[in-house]
Design a protein around this ligand. Sequence first.
Ligand code: B3K
Ligand code: ZN
Length: 897
Amino acid sequence: PAVIRRADYAAPAFLIDSVALEFDLVPERTIVKSTMRVRRNPDAGAAHGAPGARLELMGEALEFIGAAIDGKALPEGAVRAHEHGLTIEHAPDAFTLTIESACDAGANTTLSGLYVSSGNFFTQCEAEGFRRITYFLDRPDVMATYTVTLRADKAAYPVLLSNGNLIEEGELPDGRHFAKWEDPFKKPSYLFALVAGKLVSIDERIRSGSGKEKLLQVWVEPHDLDKTRHAMDSLIHSIRWDEERFGLELDLDRFMIVAVSDFNMGAMENKGLNIFNTKYVLANQETATDTDFGNIEAVVGHEYFHNWTGNRVTCRDWFQLSLKEGLTVFRDQEFSADMQGGATDEAARAVKRIEDVRVLRQMQFAEDAGPMAHPVRPESFVEINNFYTMTVYEKGAEVVRMYQTLFGREGFRRGMDLYFKRHDGQAVTCDDFRHAMADANGRDLAQFERWYSQAGTPRISVRTAYDAVAQRYSVTLAQGYGDASNAARETQKGPLLIPFAIGLIGRDGKDIALRLEGEAEAKGTTRVIELTEQEQTFTFVDVKEAPLPSLLRNFSAPVIVEYDYTNDELAFLLAHDSDPFNRWEAGQRLATRELLALAARAQAGEPLALDDSTVAAFSRVLTDETLSPAFRDLAMMLPSESYLAEQMAEADPAAVHAARQFARKRLANALKRDWLSIYESHATPGAYEPSPEAAGHRALKNLALAYLAEADDPADAIRLANAQYDNANNMTDRAAALAALLAASASAGTDAAERALEDFYRRFEQEPLVIDKWFALQATQRGSAQRPVIDIVRKLMAHPAFTLRNPNRARSLIFSFCAANPSQFHSADGSGYAFWAEQVVALDALNPQVAARLARSLELWRRYTPALREKMREALERVAGQVKSRDVREIVEKALA
Ligand code: B3K
Ligand code: ZN
């Protein structure tokens, strides 16, 4: 397959300044007429500049009808339609190009381009979907203004939406009508959108910071109108937040969000017309969990923030994707933290930080260790849709966060201001962003570029030495990459600039004021030291006693820190560290160490045991009333099975599962009284409240219930869970009760969950997003030798509510099993892999993007025990021999290479 390389970037030979699109919307054959102002690009390289050059437009799955230049129809020979687009010979220097084509939205199962969902029309153009709608220079450095006319049957499609402002609408003969939209801002084609169908909206009018009136709308199918309030509130909060934090105002008179149930990812930031997966819009207390509410706020924020970071300033080419994605994820993370804790409540903000780092370490570190490892700014790809990855998004966000860690919030803001001043209205690169940060802060950030060009997770090993006589404490940091994957190693050239936040803790558990050698006096208790060399020593003076180091506070860089803490030291940090992130981190390190030791014993068939002192350390956090419930919930959550497996020399999911289950049982039994009293004291009787505090209480209470379900005698848990299930006035509690019943029935070998499972289905039959939860809960349940989950999953595949065509539904059952139930998926008989192969092949024929995501669940196959490895390889080879799409081929071929 053709590899596209960053080094081969060339400016386009032609530019398109404006485009007028006319759509006659009919599901089986939509006619699109496009009228473009085209001119030769004065800045294109010489190769393209020759007079009489060809114009190559991209097009895919289109039926070509005709083309004209300056009103004159092009004769045969002057224009040629082919598999990849349209070639026009002898294009003049500047001209009006008119093209007519047709596409079949009704048959489009890829959900890229123009498609039909529940009888309504939607589009998805990023990254390269616009070429499935009309022939175009479908690349982000071609920016045009758009005028869009939509025509359709009025009864079937009463609502007609596109980007920007509505400038005209009216009736047409034969029961048809039209609407004309104009977007005053130049944009790349990937930000184009249209929506047509039977939809309703909630509307709000607000005034933006400078006093202009704005119309905000959330569009949904009529039966979902009662689930739009939270999305609207999240949008209003996002608008306010971007004004306050970054001085960025909404630039259109109107901003719309539309929900669609068939969608490949979370949402899309089309200019003025964001299109969202229903999962990230629809919520009320009966149907959505606290996590759903939080995710909706984050995604609404993310897409809104793209209006500046992505739309006003966009990417020159797709290798620069993290320019907009990393930056926008960072902005949505900060937004969510501010919404939870305000700008200053560090303990509350830390909850969000911990959740984000958990995801990064679990998913991005794994990606960086496998065959798909790539730099934040990739060097090459086969299919760009495969590069909307944890590395581009989440590691990219960490890279942006490091500028803020280095320069402070004000310095970061100065960099952002300069970035917009220089680049508003342009398509630029990651280097342009870095230069703005550097210039605004008077710093040379040449070395920092390596964060964009080197793949793999850096490891920092730490050595410390205390000189009691001189009262000096030295910290030596050495950076490297350990044994990285081949894909990563190729990119690694030299040491990184790493902002490393550190604190020192005294025997009393308090922070020590920090004075580095050479400084006149001590200042502060957390310092960001800058590691720039392969190895460097930093010496603190006036250190009166041997301190305990608190390393990489608030996770100041996306790295792995290696330091040999004793278990007692970790317990001490867990009890005392003033940095809430590191307090949590100490517990995770302690748990990881114990769990890996247990896994090794399980592999060797030795009896399992967990120290009383470890149990005691966790019990102290659990019962520490000075800590917020949300924090305690996170602190008591053991590292996931997939993260633990990733830490083993050879991943053994069965051993990890045995170890983690043993530890959960031990904590359940040993702390049973605590769990019961926590369950009682954090119950939130009375009216449901969606606040972060109330959510924290629910989280801790439901964690208690989950642990109680693991106890040797789960009778208490079953009683409490049944009552909670019946009396719940919100989805968080109801789903948690159902999960606890599933867990209790697995440990007790009963069918305690049957009644609730049936009730849940009947109760929510009309709510697809809730039925997704019903599938997911069953796919991720524990299972046993007598009742393997693969049997349950296969049975559910035949359920009338299951369909492969809806990505949310496919994810809820298939992805949940293949990616979120490791011990069952990696069952020794290979039955999970056979199932995976069948589903990847089936999905490949319908929706390559979704299939490619599923394909990735075997990419780390080389890291597993030999028996599993062999079976995984067979499954991968089977898939490689059958799939057709470029998307899936790239994944399986890289995995097998
Ligand atoms: N920019 C879109 C992602 C498009 C994915 C295309 N395969 C959503 C987002 O990141 O905001
Ligand atoms: Zn994004």
